[in-house]
Write a protein that binds this ligand. Sequence first.
Ligand code: ZN
Length: 384
Amino acid sequence: MRIVTPRDAGKIQIVSATDTRARLEILPDDANADFKQYFSFVARGLSGGATFEIENAGTCTYGDAFEDYRVCASDESGPEDAWFRVPTEFDGTTLRFSYEGDLAALRFAYYPPYPRARRVTLVDRLRKSKRARVETLGESVRGEPMHAVHFGRVPADGQRDDDDARKIWIVAQQHPGETMAGWFMEGLASRLAFDDDEVVTILRENSRIMLVLCMNPDGALAGNHRTNARGRDLNRCWWDADDEESPEVLCVRKALYDHGVDFFLDVHGDEHVPYVFVAGAEGNPHYTDRIEALEEEFSNAMLDSTSEFQTEHGYPKDAPGKGDLRCAGNYVGEAFDCLSLTLEMPFKDNANNPDEGAGWSIDRCRGLGASTLEALVHVIDVLR
Ligand code: ZN
């Protein structure tokens, strides 16, 4: 067989390959060797199946997270959003997986990549919906445009912001390997742009929704797991963002100050936890009872909106005053005294609702994105 590294989001090194067996190694992020986890490659020339061994899986940044994990696969000539899981074993060192079907060319990945071309097409479709305005906020290290897509009460050119409109910000893929966040945003943005239900109407009439579909376009294209082209973890750059090292955060942060924030959601994926959950800003120096009540209200609204959400499993709570203000969720909550959350989806599956064939799938990411808008409607009147 032949192992091919795609130009978009490919990351793997070949140790050896025969017709039925490939030995591979995951490569670190381009500019930061501390992070090594994401992989994506194409295997061609298969006839009747093959076995793949990633020999350095155990030494990856979240090596133990390969426990109970299954690799994602898709037909290389099929749609880019149709994936399934293949049988996978992890012995603490090597991640071993196999394919036994008839396809001759497959793509394998830690999680299905959200391709750059698909994002460009999506932005274009959103613009053409006539419901969205696309603003270029700045550029990434490598010169990719940083877009915010605005919906709802967007003032005409030259007019000042509408003070009454609630300012909703949702950003994704600060960590580029957490590609489920890209699929989540596709579901959420598509509902806003193309659906005509009551949720969409209420949000468009009462708020201005601003989406950053991908915070880290360079890292996503490179197939990095965690960092940008300068090797920076953007979700540790919000306190001291700068033009050289983290221009992606700097330009989005400025837009937040320009337009205001009443609600902020930062969308991620978690390697270990097999559940959907949110993390709040309880560790912030100026965390208040009001914010705590809003967090609870939003979580309850999510529970009502989707059976994928739960509140039992998640991250340990930060101690009072110990929140890391370099992280987007904490920084924005502290700076704007607003409801500010980090949403996590699994790489593995939702253990409350397991799917043998696909695990935590692209459709479930898109569905969760669309459902999040329902939860938002329930809190929109109390955000201020
Ligand atoms: Zn993340």
